[in-house]
Write a protein that binds this ligand. Sequence first.
Ligand code: SF4
Length: 234
Amino acid sequence: MKVNKRYSRINDKNRNEEIVLLQGSGCFWKKCRFCDYYLDTDSLENIIDLNNSVLDSITGQSGWLTVINSGSFFELPKKTIEKIKKILIEKKITDLTIEAHFKYKKDVETLREELKKLGITLHTRIGIETFDIDYRENFLNKGMGRPNLSEITETFDECCLLFGLPGQTLEQLIKDINIATNNFNSVYLNIYEERNRFKPDLELINEFKTKVYPEIKKIPNLNILINNTDLGVG
Ligand code: SF4
């Protein structure tokens, strides 16, 4: 899997932040039908070297760091996680956003407590994709199970939605956006681009662009990523 850029600065309607796209061990799950992100991995030695060089770009200027990787934060090498913690302290960063699968809920809470003692607030982003549970679990094979919304929001305060796959509808997307923007601080709507498993529904995506996008683009806590490099990394 080719990645062109792993460090970026974002100054958008929600917040200023630095974002890094690191390499991990490749996701414990690897079964989501739309995904090939977990192919962004290498030998442990190479992963650590690559991550070190990316992390060296962080300035701490905005006080907020977002770390994403090819899976969950807890699949980063221990040495990388230690380096991130060191940078947070050295650069006086007060907010850290990570991504994690629902199965890492307990690890998120442990990390949150650890960072809290250092004066750092942890924000956690989850790839929910859609609140249509049958579609998410039976078709996308997300592996989250069927937790209720409060079980998710007690640990995760940011979420990603995915739209443009076969079988999705604009009606469900509008429901998803309402639920997500009313229950999460930040929401990232990713428009599906062709990856290794299936083709995007281009007709549906075009309908989204003309009928839905103009209505939702001003929602303050909704970030719409038409291209998967719109956060400046990827
Ligand atoms: S949990 Fe994330 S990285 Fe893992 S297979 Fe699913 S979408 Fe891909």
